[in-house]
Design a protein around this ligand. Structure first.
Ligand code: GCU
Length: 340
C-alpha cells in the first residue's frame, strides 16, 4: 500500500507538486505547504525546510509535503507573517523580533547580550516544556504556532564608512535593524540612528547611501551581498537572537490528529539540521567576504556597548512575570553554559 501511495505522490509531484495552495482536493491528492524564507538556497534553514518536506511526505504516506520559497519570493518577513496569520502561507522561518508585534513577551530572547554562549541559547531553545506557553500564546488571536527556535549566529555591526571600536564610532550612522521596538531601542542606545526594514531591501539601501550600515550575522551579510557594499564588519557581538519556524495554526488544525503528530515528531530533527549547518556556513561566509576585500575588526569595546544597553535590558525583562520567568531560564542556561 505504501508503495502505491508513494508512486501516486511521485506522479503528482511530476505534474507540478500538488495544489500549492495548501488545500487538498480530496482522494489521494497531496497538500503542499508553502514555506516562506527570506534568504538563499545555501542557508542551512533552506536545507532544513526541504528536509521537512521530505520527511513529512514519508511520514504521512504522501498526504503532505513542503515547498520552500527562498529569497523573499513570497515577500519580506513582516508582510509574510500577515499571510501566515490569515492562512495563505502555511510555514515560514522568521527572525525573532518580528513576533514581538504579536506578543511583546517574545522580546526577552531578543535583547542585547542576553545569551552568554550558543550552548546556553541551545539549552533554552530545546527546553520545549518551558517554552510551551510562549509558543502557543498567539494561536487564538493570530493563528500562528511556533514550531521551534534555532540558532541564527551572533549579530554584529557593519557599515560602509569605518571599523567600529567604541560607541563614538557608531554615533550618527544610519543602521538597519529588524522590525521591532526592541531592535530600534537597542541600536539607538548603542548610539546609531535606527532604520527598521526588510532584509531584502538592505543591499540597495546600502548601495545608494540611504543606509550607512546594518547589523547581522556573517552569513546574511555575505549571502545577501551586503559585504560588497558595507565592508567594515565589527565584532560588537551585541545579539544572539533565535529564528523561529512558524506554522499557520489553521493549517495545523486541518490535519488529522495522526498527521499532526507525525509533523510534530519531525520538528526536533529539523531544529537540529538548521542548527548543525550554521557554524560551517559562518566559516564559509567569512572566507568569501575576506576574498572580496571585506575587513573584520575584533578590537571592539564590548563592555562599553553592553553598559549602554543594560538599562533597556533590565526594564524590559522586569516588565511582568512571564518575562521574569523567561529571563530566569536564560540565567540558568548561562550559568550551565558560560562564555568560552
Ligand atoms: C538573520 C536571521 C533572519 C532575519 C534576518 C534579518 O539573517 O537569520 O531570520 O530575517 O537576520 O535581519 O532580517
Amino acid at each position: 500500500l505504501t508503495g502505491t501511495v508513494g508512486l501516486m505522490s511521485l506522479s503528482l509531484a511530476a505534474c507540478g507538486g500538488g495544489s500549492g495552495d495548501g488545500s487538498s482536493a480530496g482522494g489521494g491528492s497531496q497538500t503542499v505547504f508553502k514555506l516562506a524564507f527570506n534568504q538563499t538556497e545555501d542557508h542551512p534553514q533552506y536545507a532544513a525546510g526541504v528536509a521537512l518536506g521530505e520527511k513529512l511526505e514519508e511520514a504521512t504516506d504522501g498526504r503532505y509535503s513542503v515547498k520552500v520559497y527562498p529569497n523573499e519570493q513570497l515577500g519580506g518577513q513582516a508582510d509574510v507573517i500577515q499571510n501566515l496569520s490569515n492562512g495563505t502561507v502555511e510555514l515560514m522561518w522568521v527572525g525573532a523580533p518580528v513576533l514581538e508585534g504579536f506578543n511583546s513577551d517574545f522580546v526577552v530572547f531578543n535583547l542585547p547580550y542576553m545569551f552568554d554562549s550558543t550552548e546556553a541559547q541551545g539549552a533554552v531553545l530545546s527546553n520545549t516544556d518551558a517554552l510551551d506557553d510562549l509558543y502557543h500564546s498567539i494561536e487564538a488571536a493570530k493563528s500562528i504556532t511556533v514550531l521551534t527556535g534555532v540558532n541564527a549566529g551572533t549579530r554584529n555591526v557593519y557599515n560602509s564608512k569605518h571599523p567600529i571600536q567604541t560607541p563614538a564610532d557608531l554615533q550618527g550612522l544610519k543602521i538597519r535593524v529588524q522590525q521591532s521596538d526592541s531592535q530600534v531601542a537597542m541600536i539607538e542606545a548603542m548610539g546609531a540612528i535606527a532604520s527598521p526594514m526588510n532584509n531584502g531591501d538592505v543591499y540597495s539601501a546600502l548601495q545608494t547611501g540611504v543606509l550607512d550600515g546594518a547589523e547581522n550575522n556573517e552569513v546574511t551579510w555575505d549571502a545577501l551581498k551586503q559585504s560588497e557594499v558595507a565592508k567594515y564588519y565589527s565584532y560588537t557581538r551585541h545579539l544572539m537572537l533565535p529564528d523561529y519556524l512558524l506554522m499557520s495554526t489553521k493549517a495545523l488544525d486541518k490535519m488529522s490528529d495522526e498527521d499532526q503528530a507525525a509533523l510534530l515528531e519531525i520538528i526536533p530533527e529539523i531544529q537540529k539540521l538548521a542548527n548543525d549547518g550554521f557554524a560551517d556556513f559562518t566559516e564559509k561566509s567569512i572566507e568569501h567576504a575576506t576574498s572580496i576585500g571585506a575587513q573584520f575588526n575584533d578590537d571592539v569595546d564590548v563592555a562599553a556597548f553592553k553598559s549602554l544597553v543594560q538599562p533597556l535590558v533590565e526594564s524590559s525583562v522586569n516588565e511582568n512575570d512571564v518575562r521574569k520567568g523567561l529571563y530566569q531560564l536564560v540565567q540558568d542556561a548561562n550559568a550551565a553554559h558560560p562564555a568560552k
